[in-house]
Write a protein that binds this ligand. Structure first.
Ligand code: NAD
Length: 304
């Protein structure tokens, strides 16, 4: 059996496939024409968010039995075409949960203690001690919007940090909530009561601009908002207004409505915002887990 790896994967993922006795072909991000050529005699293709596995590729790969996506989103794979041919699609949705959770917490600490601002000032030669009054997270209320894999990982750490936890999720997992001492409430109550609000919902029609002007106005003027889920979950224009006019105290953002964030964007001009370029899953551990997990799933499909 032959497996095409069409995106960079951790070397341990290659080992999983080779140890299973498969021939492994590697080419980084081939274009569609090249992918068509490479895929014509393979049993499996493994990709990341790139390249696109189009209908044309799927229909011209007669031996193809499984498509693996190292990571979460499946939007670069034509799922209808795969389904029509009975090709399985596997991914590794939990591989980066801890990494994203740790990044969200890093953003919380950073905003609460004004670390990025202080660092910028130090480099300008300014000792901005007076402007850097922060607050502790212990004893504060953390509102987690979306209590899935990432939300749960954050809650476990937040509990150990001595934070009170409010949760909002249309599909509440009471057992996990109990484990972390969290309480499910309505979104409006969570926004009103929390000192830190962190978003971990998928981007759906129902979560598009979930955090809008009206909801930002419910938050405490001392509160901070973290988004390491997807940019369009927050109405960016409303957030910029909220940050400028002091409806909330600050924000930590890993994701944006437009990525990369346009140069000179309003957000880059605000001192009470910490920005990172969608690096939630960018850790050695998450990348390794994603590759190994998807390789193991591909082996399972091919070996039956
Ligand atoms: P998950 O599916 O385990 O959890 C999502 C939770 O959101 C579920 O419990 C679901 O019931 C809940 N939910 C759905 N609709 C909701 C709504 N309207 N309001 C509140 N909750 C709602 O997903 P996860 O693995 O925890 O990931 C969450 C999101 O994080 C992903 O969808 C992805 O967009 C994002 N993510 C970002 C990065 C990054 O690099 N920053 C990396 C991985 C994932």
């Amino acid at each position: 059996m032959k497996v095409l790896i069409a995106a960079p994967l951790h070397e341990k993922a290659f080992d999983v496939l080779k140890n299973a006795g498969f021939e492994v072909v590697y080419e980084e991000y081939p274009n569609e024409e090249r992918l068509l050529e490479l895929a014509k005699d393979v049993d499996a293709i493994i990709v990341r968010s790139k390249p696109k596995v189009t209908r044309k590729v799927i229909e011209n790969a007669p031996n193809l039995k499984v498509i693996g996506r190292a990571g979460v989103g499946l939007d670069n794979i034509d799922l209808d075409a795969a389904k029509e041919r009975g090709i399985e699609v596997v991914n590794s949705p939990g591989a980066s949960s801890r990494s994203v959770a740790e990044l969200a917490l890093a953003l919380m600490f950073n905003v609460a203690r004004k670390i990025a601002f202080a660092d910028r000032k130090m480099r300008e030669g300014v000792w901005a001690k007076k402007q850097c009054m922060g607050f502790e997270l212990e004893g504060k209320t953390l509102g987690i919007v979306g209590f899935g894999r990432i939300g749960y990982n954050i809650a476990k750490i937040a509990k150990a940090m001595g934070m009170s936890i409010l949760l909002y999720d249309p599909y509440p997992n009471e057992e996990r909530a109990k484990e972390v001492g969290g309480k499910f409430v309505e979104l409006e109550e969570l926004l009103k009561e929390s000192d830190v609000v962190t978003l971990h919902v998928p981007l759906l029609d129902s979560t598009y601009h979930l955090i809008n002007e009206e909801r930002l106005k419910l938050m405490k003027p001392t509160a901070i908002l973290i988004n390491a889920a997807r940019g369009p979950i927050i109405d960016t224009n409303a957030l910029v207004k909220a940050l400028k006019e002091g409806w909330i105290a600050g924000a930590g953002l890993d994701v944006f409505e437009e990525e990369p964030l346009p140069v000179g964007h309003e957000l880059t001009k605000l001192d009470n915002v910490v920005l990172t370029p969608h690096i939630g899953a960018s850790t050695v551990e998450a990348q390794m887990r994603a590759g190994v997990e998807v390789a193991e799933k591909v082996v399972k499909v091919l070996k039956g």
